[in-house]
Design a protein. Sequence first.
Lengths: 328, 93
Amino acid sequence: MYAQLVDTGIQHLKTLGEMTPEERVFQSKLDAEIKIESDSWMPDAYRQTLIRQISQHAHSEIVGMLPEGNWLTRAPSLQRKLQLMAKIQDEAGHGLYLYSALETLGASRDDQVAKLLSGKAKYSSIFNYPTLSWADIGAIGWLVDGAAIVNQVVLQRTSYGPYARAMVKICQEESFHQRQGYELLLTMMNQGNQAQKDMVQDAINRLWWPSLMMFGPSDEHSPNSAQSMAWKIKRQSNDELRQRFVDQTVPQLELLGCSVPDPALRWNEERRHYDFGEIQWDEFHSVLAGNGPCNEERLATRRQAHEEGRWVREAAIAHAQKMLERSR
Amino acid sequence: MLPLTLFEVFVRSKHGLSHKHVGSVQAANAAMALENARELYTRRNEGISLWVVEASAISASNPEHKESWFEPAEDKTFRHASFYKLPDGVGHM
């Protein structure tokens, strides 16, 4: 998930009897699957939770461009370079759709971006891992975008209309990302030499566990999930989504002829699902807290881009003012 | 921060439909908003025409009036063709 730890600020889930009349009307809309729109009444905690979640999601899209940008100038062919640029541009677009949804809640885009740049806002832990070889670009498209799709497909049914609609558009574009990543890896496995095949396996070894971490803490350690589910911001639990991702990914892994670094991974005939090992939660919390291998580098790059782009924003404003004066 | 303006974006798809709201962009003026909207909302043949409108220029109905404004239409089923029962012999009408 692109928003892995979203605090609802709620300790106790209210029963219908404890709700105010406005809250009851709100909850009955949710129960009837009526979308909440920007002009609907909503509890302040619902609004704040959405602002936190959508901003984390948006920041993840923006920071998510950086690990891939690292390989743009080293793409092995012009075709691969064009594909990668198109994918990165999509990620920027996804960030902007989400900031746009965020603004419908009365949040300021500038404030949220400032929180990202100051290091206060969270974004997905996955983007704090380095991209060490070209195969990482394929593994990101396949695994990271694959995990994002599992999460975002469900979010198309989230209760807040502008967020749900942004998800529809994002999901349409994500499937290109996943396919280009998988096809890239297939090409390396089918046509590559041994060193190139080893690169693919190495990329999967490094990115497998961080991809599973994208879905957030396990259900028993996810204190905010109950309220998010009651509000229908969240529609399925972290563990359910993680299981779905594993189930759909393992056959693709086998087709590639690769493996994952998990000796516990095996098909469970009784459950009709794959069993898999325990995630290293210390690592998850450490990366999310800012201590991953690339946290500092990612934020430094964002700050630099923001500063170096300042003149463009100022020039746009100056140009607009000049045009306005000339037209008078 | 700089005073960029929020514009709502509307796209007309290829299929002869009306412009439809798709989201918003920030820009310094309408011309730049159109360029931003083109980059953001029409990268995959989504449309053949774009409108941008300053968000502050849109007047919207009051959500508190939703019932008094829109519910009266619900009991006027005689405004729909299906209200009128015709004998089979009439055929398609």
